[in-house]
Design a protein around this ligand. Structure first.
Ligand code: ZN
Length: 82
């Protein structure tokens, strides 16, 4: 993905904000706190959905989290983002 595409990618924007936030933290960087910010933001997104869809979307998000984490920690796998 070239730089222009990165600029338009919501994932890349969120990652860049998180990394900038981490750089501004006094060491050691509190990764659980950053993960918690993402979890709360995800909850805000899911809360917009109708109540009867929230559990399904939450389960999907958790599956995606596991899938992306596997892809990023197992170098042989093809992945959507680096
Ligand atoms: Zn991206």
């Amino acid at each position: 993905m070239d730089r222009q595409e990165d600029d338009d990618c919501l994932h890349c924007k969120l990652r860049d904000v998180a990394m900038a936030h981490a750089k501004g933290m006094a060491p050691p960087v509190n990764l659980p706190e950053i993960a918690s910010f993402f979890a709360e933001a995800l909850a805000d997104v899911i809360a917009v959905a109708p109540l009867n869809q929230q559990r399904r979307i939450t389960n999907y998000a958790i599956e995606e989290l596991h899938r992306f984490l596997r892809a990023k920690t197992e170098p042989a796998k093809i992945r959507k983002h680096s």
